[in-house]
Design a protein around this ligand. Structure first.
Ligand SMILES: Cc1ncc(COP(=O)(O)O)c(C=O)c1O
Length: 370
């Protein structure tokens, strides 16, 4: 079996992609330890791809956590908590405003999230900042280091005997007057919170666009985004669909290529996504319903890769002095696997998103040493 697959997206229609934007920059700036993340050059990687430059938006440390996910989780927690208390967001959303609202309400609230690691840790961090308890549900097989990461934020971790999709269903069942479920994927009847997650990711994209517009980095001609349920990739599509990039590429693990299958079918398709991939953050069988239109219209090409390409991408980035987790390197993995078929040329400037640092240190070491 081939270890990667390229699909030219039959649904691409970039002008129709919803406009994105930074819904919450002021809110994010009010969070403790918040700072924009760097965009790093990766010259060894560029040589391997045969392109002019590779730019890496490096999310391996965002507010001291090893992924970008706090951007979506924090804004969604803010909006979901206010909504639970029947309040509208203030004119200038901030952490202190949220603290005040919670204090006045004096309610016994609990934050709940389902996760394959990073999102749950980010919700747990928000709970800790706000002084609320958190319950985080993870699928069976989640590696110990990721569970410890969530527990280090003070959350209770519950392992669900099933896949990521089963974990999502279990979290949804906990919603009641006290429990506020902050999931990053959507389904029929649960769309507001995951919509806020996508809006929160807009801050990362706004940082990239600001750097391009300030002339700090060149305008990319190729943009790659990795896809789990597709919330991150929807935010990427919304930011880049109307920019000059000639090629926007989505990348998924072969075993969980639910967005590729949905693009081929022209409707939301669930794939089994059973078993493990080292790209744990992307091991999702069902696309987020509200993100799917941006993903179907926003991507010129979709690539599915086996783990070995993610490992190769981790090694290459390491050679450039950048340490990535396997999901974090997946965008690059897709470009490596299908470089020729995608038609990358020496003039290309490639932008990838390193969405996590090594959250499974044992596997990271094995990859680097192997
Ligand atoms: C490191 C990392 N990158 C990318 C993604 C993909 O995000 P989404 O599920 O919104 O597609 C995830 C999701 O968990 C992740 O953990």
């Amino acid at each position: 079996m081939a270890d990667s697959r390229l699909v030219t997206n039959p649904r691409v229609d970039r002008p129709s992609v919803a406009a994105g934007g930074a819904a919450a920059p002021g809110f994010h700036a009010s969070l403790p330890g918040f700072a924009p993340t760097p965009i790093r050059p990766a010259p060894t990687t560029a040589r391997r791809l045969g392109v002019r430059a590779v730019l890496v938006k490096d999310e391996s440390s965002r507010m001291g956590m090893p992924s970008f996910k706090i951007l979506g989780a924090s804004w969604a927690c803010y909006r979901a908590l206010l909504a639970k208390l029947g309040q509208e967001p203030g004119a200038e959303p901030s952490l202190s405003e949220l603290h005040e609202v919670l204090e006045i309400a004096d309610r016994d609230l609990v934050l709940v999230a389902a996760t394959d690691g990073n999102h749950g840790r980010a919700v747990a961090r928000m709970a800790r900042i706000l002084g609320l308890p958190a319950i985080v549900l993870v699928p069976a097989g989640t590696v110990a280091s990721r569970i410890e990461g969530i527990e280090s934020e003070g959350a209770e971790v519950r392992v669900v005997d099933g896949t990521y999709d089963d974990t999502i269903a279990a979290s949804a069942a906990l919603e009641d007057d006290r429990h506020v479920v902050v999931d990053d994927t959507s389904w029929e009847g649960y769309t507001e919170v995951p919509g806020w997650v996508i809006d929160g990711y807009g801050t990362m994209l706004a940082e990239v666009v600001a750097a391009i517009e300030a002339g700090e980095v060149p305008e990319p001609t190729v943009v790659a985004g990795q896809m789990g349920v597709g919330a991150l990739s929807a935010a990427i599509a919304r930011a880049f669909a109307r920019r000059p990039a000639r090629l926007i590429v989505g990348v998924e693990p072969t075993r969980a290529a639910c967005i590729t299958e949905s693009a081929l079918a022209g409707r939301l398709v669930t794939v089994p996504a059973e078993g493990q991939t080292c790209m744990a953050g992307l091991n999702c069988g069902t696309p987020s319903e509200i993100a799917l239109p941006s993903n179907l219209a926003g991507y010129d090409a979709l690539v599915a890769v086996e783990d070995r390409w993610a490992e190769e991408a981790v090694r290459l980035l390491h050679a450039d002095g950048i340490d990535a987790g396997e999901s974090g390197a997946a965008g690059l993995a897709g470009l490596l696997a299908e470089r020729e078929a995608l038609g990358l040329v020496p003039e290309d400037v490639v932008l990838v998103f390193l969405t996590e640092g090594p959250t499974d240190p044992e596997n990271f070491r094995r990859i680097i040493e192997g």
